[in-house]
Design a protein around this ligand. Structure first.
Ligand code: CDM
Ligand code: ATP
Length: 267
């Protein structure tokens, strides 16, 4: 059985406070986009995990899919499987690719073996695997709070626009992003600001990671400037970076982008 885990962007991200468990409370809007991995599972005599596409840093046995299977095997009598993950979602890009693989993997195992797991139990596995993971269970636009795993559905549709994503040749780790962040309560809640016309988002919707990540990686600041110069109504770094998305009325000319950047159109 095969599935195609997709990436997300964050339309705004306010880091509100640091918690005693080391995590941060935040408010953000998660929006699914059409950049996908491919994830296939077959039954096998022995456990196996192989990948293709973009190389994944770290040890294969620490991959979130395998960690998810270990969790599920504590609750269900599951056979050995072979997993193939074709990685296409850029890593260290603030796109939640690893989290998406894990959430889609849980849904795939549920379907493949007819486990009929309740949504709450799936969310329980996700909480162990990472803050971003829970979003991908329902995988629809939401306003998120807490550590990014408490959701309210949000009626927002960017499909009338051209959505473009640019990934510069920079890897930002989530830990690095949170370590340097300056947090504060926003004057206006994101939930209110997102109701403004997209043309007004630039002056109002921010990502608290941008100032210090732009200082350490000026190439990312340049990508945002290029998107705005190309006519973006709104441009923002996604999550902890390094990718930046732009919302356009028309398909933009992005020929000024440095050739080391990956450009994804109509996502
Ligand atoms: C930046 C975002 O992508 C925005 O959606 C997420 O907050 C990151 O979520 P994630 O990659 O799933 O994060 P995790 O794998 O759970 O955590 C990685 C590290 O990020 C920090 N972290 C993460 C989420 C959060 N709300 N506060 C944090 O401080 C913690 O130091 C943690 O050790
Ligand atoms: N299936 C996976 N795909 C990608 N990375 C994985 C996976 N499983 C574990 N990882 C680990 O997670 C790290 C980064 O994951 P991910 O792609 O989610 O980060 P990101 O692009 O910074 O997104 P975000 O910060 O929004 O979660 C990788 O460096 C890798 O070591």
């Amino acid at each position: 059985m095969i599935c195609f885990p997709n990436a997300k962007i964050n339309i705004g991200l306010n880091v509100l406070s640091r918690r005693t468990d080391g995590y941060h409370n935040l408010e953000t809007i998660f929006y699914p986009i059409k950049i996908n991995d491919a994830l296939e599972v077959i039954e096998a005599a022995e456990m196996g995990f192989e990948t293709s596409g973009i190389p994944i840093p770290g040890y294969a046995n620490e991959n979130l899919c395998l960690r998810a299977y270990e969790l599920m095997r504590k609750d269900f009598d599951l056979p050995n499987i072979r997993i193939h993950l074709h990685k296409n979602i850029p890593i260290g890009a603030g796109l939640g690719g690893g989290s998406s693989d894990a959430a889609f993997f849980i849904k795939l195992i549920n379907d493949k073996f007819g486990l009929e797991i309740a949504k709450e139990q799936m969310l329980g596995y996700c909480k162990v695997l990472g803050a971003d993971c829970s979003f991908f269970i329902e995988n629809r636009p939401v306003f998120a709070q807490g550590i990014g795993d408490e959701f309210e559905p949000l009626d927002i549709d960017l499909s009338p626009y051209h959505l473009v994503l640019v990934k510069p040749d920079v890897h930002v780790s989530t830990g690095e992003a949170y370590r340097g962040v300056k947090y504060s309560e926003p004057v206006n809640p994101l939930k209110t600001l997102v109701r403004l016309p997209v043309e007004e988002w630039n002056c109002n919707i921010k990502n608290d990671f941008e100032p210090h990540i732009f200082n350490s990686h000026p190439q990312i600041r340049l990508v945002k400037a290029n998107l705005l110069e190309a006519g973006a109504l709104f441009a923002l770094m996604s999550g902890s970076g390094s990718s930046v998305f732009g919302v356009f009325n028309e398909k933009p000319d992005l020929s000024m982008m440095d050739e080391s950047c990956l450009v994804y159109s109509d996502i």
